[in-house]
Design a protein around this ligand. Structure first.
Ligand code: CA
Length: 517
């Protein structure tokens, strides 16, 4: 063999080697693309997760995700209410760009969404549970969703367009259906959105937990008796524990003679429809517990005691729902262990927003105050994310779509407005990460006022603009409870001026044209 031929042959061999190596690599990359299970509760407050320091309840399974992965200590939403948050997660865009500003709007399913992109890139996609976007789900190979808000007991579903009803408690049923779908589809990478209804109002617990917290005492939060001084938007809202939780619908007290208010006149009949979903056997257990609560209620004769009673009833039922959500998170984790899928499966647990557990005297969400502006998020991905991380940077529900696309090896579309959290999670790169957050809430129901604002960690500036006009400023270093509106304090004039400039810049950056202030 002459020398030239030998060199050419060696070259060909090495080329072949490189080439086959590349093929093997890309096949390997394809094979190891992670599965994704995105678990989202509805209205799960940070204050009710022990990974976030809850003193109210223990959530060992959600905590396990945090311990074996990362906990986002400063996670927020861009618009704190159910459907809008879901649309932000699906699109990676603020409400004014994805078109869904409030709960009454249909989601435009023709637009680009996370599941559509995942599906186009070879993922099997599914959503099970709460959808709440009115239009039919698109981008999913399989969808089995609750109609509207859904029901807690023996819940109806819409399975790929067909009405169907399942026996059982909704949180268990959603998990059952999810695990069945994974089991049938785990031969290829999958992306599952597992969306719980719980612990959404009216907080109906599973029968097995109806006696949990019987002996617990729930102290009122420090801001429970907030007087709303200098804050007209808080003065006009109708989401207080004291006046707006219905004695029947929310507290489950079978009191036929209790007053019906203009705000809650729909509630008694709605509650009746909910409990009629229970089987006679289930109903006997249910009634025995709430008849006993009724006996307690009858002993109350002063308004202050009634408020405390309502708060206790709210806390008990809400937290009982949480126990069941956490159990079902555990079922998913156990399933992944058992099937050997855990290492290469991303599991996220989050909520569509935070929730008030009596802070400012409120239940519910919507406002940009801390408890509903923040949202829990824990994420585990043993193959790529180091265990035991606490991420302190400001993360948003807006970041979920870009993050999951990056982990799936798919390019993030330029018009998505969030950022992939991967560099925080995998490399701890915090340079040039966002230092401020832009928020915009639109829905007018429950006496709310539209508002937008900026949060910098130290300060929060909010502009309420419809139907009333008011500004609020909080110095969170001095006032964690957000009780003292400093907007008219001359000492903060320069701070306000600076925050307004930054707020304007954020509105331009995110293309939110709000016109004149
Ligand atoms: Ca919600």
């Amino acid at each position: 063999m002459n020398r030239l031929l030998f060199v050419l042959m060696m070259h060909a061999v090495s080329l072949l080697f490189i080439f086959s190596g590349q093929t093997a690599f890309s096949q390997q990359a394809k094979c190891t693309r992670p599965n994704i299970i995105f678990i989202m509760a509805d209205d799960h407050a940070l204050q009710a997760i022990s990974a976030y320091g809850s003193k109210l309840v223990r959530t060992p399974n959600i905590d396990r995700i945090a311990r074996e992965g990362a906990v986002m200590k400063n996670g927020f939403v861009t618009n704190s209410v159910c459907s809008p948050s879901r649309a932000v997660i699906l699109t990676g865009k603020y409400s004014h760009l994805n078109g869904l500003r409030d709960n009454g709007t249909y989601f435009n399913g023709a637009q680009q969404t996370l599941p559509k992109i995942m599906r186009a890139n070879g993922y099997q996609t599914a959503i099970v549970g709460k959808w709440h976007l009115w239009s039919e789900p698109s981008g999913f190979d399989y969808w089995n969703i609750l109609p509207a808000q859904g029901h807690y007991y023996n819940p109806p579903f819409i399975k790929m367009g067909k009405d169907t009803v399942y026996k059982g408690y909704v949180t268990d049923v959603i998990t059952d259906l999810s695990l069945q779908w994974i089991d049938a589809n785990r031969s290829k990478p999958f992306f599952l959105m597992l969306h719980h209804k719980a612990p959404h109002r009216n907080f109906m617990p599973p029968l097995k937990y109806l006696h949990k917290f019987d002996d617990a005492a729930f102290p009122l939060p420090a801001s429970f008796y907030d007087d709303y001084k200098d804050r007209p938007a808080l003065q006009r809202q109708q989401i207080t524990v004291a006046h707006d939780l219905d004695i029947r619908y929310d507290s489950k007290i079978p009191c036929d003679t209790c007053a019906v208010t203009a705000i809650n006149n729909w509630a008694p009949a709605e509650y009746q429809r909910e409990i009629e979903r229970l089987t006679p056997q289930e109903r006997r257990q249910w009634d025995s517990v709430y008849q006993a609560e009724y006996a307690q209620f009858k002993k109350i004769h002063d308004p202050a005691s009634l408020v405390k009673f309502q708060f206790r009833r709210y806390m008990e039922d809400y937290l009982r729902c949480i126990l069941s959500v956490d159990d079902n998170v555990g079922r998913v984790l156990d399933y992944l262990d058992k099937t050997g899928l855990a290492e290469n499966t991303i599991v996220i647990y989050t909520s569509d927003q935070g929730f008030y557990m009596g802070e400012h005297g409120l239940y519910d969400k919507r406002f940009m105050y801390e408890e509903s502006f923040r949202t829990p998020m824990v994420i585990r991905y043993p193959a790529k994310i180091k265990a035991g991380q606490q991420v302190n940077e400001f993360t948003l529900n807006l970041d979920i779509a870009p993050t999951l696309l990056e982990y799936a090896g798919v390019a993030v579309p330029a018009d998505m407005q969030g950022e992939s959290m991967n560099r925080l999670l995998q490399k701890g790169q915090v340079r040039n990460w966002r230092k401020e957050i832009y928020y915009h809430y639109y829905e007018l129901s429950f006496g709310l006022t539209r508002h937008y604002g900026i949060y910098t960690g130290r300060y929060k500036l909010m502009h309420f603009y419809d139907p009333i006009h008011a500004w609020e400023l909080y110095d969170l270093k001095k006032d964690k409870l957000e009780i003292h509106n400093l907007y008219n304090d001359p000492k903060y004039a320069k701070v306000i001026q600076d925050l307004k400039t930054r707020l304007r810049a954020l509105q331009q950056r995110y293309k939110d044209d709000v016109g004149e202030w």
